[in-house]
Design a binder for this molecule. Structure first.
Ligand code: ASN
Length: 337
């Protein structure tokens, strides 16, 4: 059998960083030369791979929707030539990029795995070797045709992830969706589905940067704070509410929200809780939000909701159509009742 070949899009992040006078920063050419010096990447069981290094390499905190587009276009341009795709990316905004790509890459029949590390590949005790090696191996041998995120021996559905640990190796969690695969002594496929090999045509959605607000409610938050967040040019506001989606039943606050909704602003209710989903029918405090035009984001992560809003606001859908689509499961990003 011919070896599978994986395309590695290297965008930056800690995995390829070196110490500089200003702290860790990505250095051109360094990651590729590190990998070339590690024989395990070239064992017989490993797939062939090519590393395409982006220029400039970025810390993922500097990334924006234009970088998501560039990645999606790059995968499209190389789609026919390769069996799978690994994206090397910084961890800070990795969950945002994985979420965005899940909406942008439509009709995937090959795996796309986003990974990186907490310690640079060139440093002692780096997690970069395990993360990259396993991602390549899994993309070739356990092709799950969706946008995944691999970290700390776990393969997650990309649009269900959130960065949950700032300095541990288990940097990612998927609070509301099970693992796709776990790489222990044995590789065990869990909620993931291995691709059947049918090839579909890949379409890439074009997205543009969107003015979206995100606010965490706290006891005593004033209507003025919310009103300021709802000013032009804001097109959507994600409200991180209490528990199952509750907010104070403050008349002026509810009025500000219903006026904004009437102006076409999309108001999305997500819970501040780490796990579980919004149910605005549970309490009067949640029901009042629904009556003000706020829609439920169910159990989406903030990252997935934000990426989904970018995707939908970049289409020609009306605000009401966007509200409907926000509550539907488009690519496995939310659980419907
Ligand atoms: N671990 C990392 O990759 C963090 C880095 N600041 C980044 O997101 O690019």
């Amino acid at each position: 059998m011919t070896k599978r070949t994986i395309y590695v899009a290297y965008t930056g992040g800690t995995i390829g960083m070196q110490k500089t006078a200003q702290g860790f920063a990505p250095v051109a050419g360094f990651l590729t030369s590190c990998v070339k010096s590690m024989p395990e990447f070239y064992y017989d069981d490993m797939p062939d791979f090519v590393i395409h290094e982006y220029s400039p390499l970025m810390d993922s905190s500097d990334m924006a929707p234009t970088d998501w587009q560039r990645l999606a276009n790059d995968i499209k341009a190389n789609y026919e030539k390769y069996d799978g795709f690994v994206i090397l990316h910084g961890t800070d905004t990795m969950a945002f990029t994985a979420s965005a790509l899940s909406f942008m890459l439509q009709g995937l029949s090959k795996p796309v795995i986003v990974t990186g590390s907490q310690i640079p590949l060139g440093q002692l005790r780096s997690d970069g070797q395990t993360n990259l090696l396993n991602s390549l191996y899994i993309a070739a041998n356990y092709p799950i045709a969706e946008v995944c995120l691999f970290f700390n021996n776990k393969l997650f559905r990309g649009n269900r992830t959130t960065k949950a640990h700032a300095d541990g190796f288990g940097a990612f969690a998927s609070p509301n969706f099970p693992l796709l695969l776990e790489a222990g002594i044995k590789i065990r496929v869990k909620a993931g589905r291995i691709a059947t090999g049918d090839s579909k045509k890949l379409e890439v959605a074009t997205i543009s940067p969107q003015p979206i607000g995100v606010v965490t409610l706290y006891p005593g938050i004033t209507t003025d704070v919310i009103r300021n967040l709802l000013q032009q040019p804001v097109k959507a506001l994600i409200i991180l509410t209490y528990g199952v989606g509750n907010a104070p039943q403050n008349t002026s606050l509810l009025k500000a929200l219903s006026e904004a909704s009437a102006r076409g602003i999309i108001l999305v209710n997500l819970t501040q809780c780490l796990q579980g989903k919004v149910n605005m029918k549970g309490y009067a405090t949640g029901h009042a939000l629904e009556a003000a035009g706020v829609i439920s984001g169910s159990d989406m992560t903030t990252e997935a909701a934000l990426a989904k809003l970018h995707y939908l606001l970049s289409t020609s859908l009306t605000p009401n159509e966007i509200r409907t689509a926000m509550q539907q499961n488009l690519v496995g990003e939310l659980s419907e009742d």
